[in-house]
Write a protein of this length. Sequence first.
Length: 142
Amino acid sequence: MKSFFDGVDHDRIVAAIAEAEKRSSGEIRVHLHHRAVRDPIAAAKKVFEKLGMAKTAQKNGVLIFVAPRSKNFAILGDSGIHEKCGDRFWEDAAAKMTGHFRSADYSGGIVVTIETLGAALAANFPAQRDDRDELSNEIDEA
């Protein structure tokens, strides 16, 4: 039986992160969690801290946390991006991802979410001449 993790196109996701971050000073990370979690937001907050996402200069890091064993996920933004976008933005981003996941388009769901996040980050935190990539674009797994 094919698992969720087998169906994720790592290269496509990493490329989408790099493309989104080119237009912004924001940082996007994807974490695939191999164990079931009861509360994806609480689990995402722990991973957010572990990955150093709270240390971005403009508080504009965003984590896409996916826990396929428990069939849930969370999209967590740091205070800087949350203040600019508000709750409705996060709800809309989650709805897009849910739609793709329901049709088993896991990579597509993650990529469309990265694109949505990237557009918001570019609008609110445009790339600056002295920007540097503060965090890895690689998918984190645990």
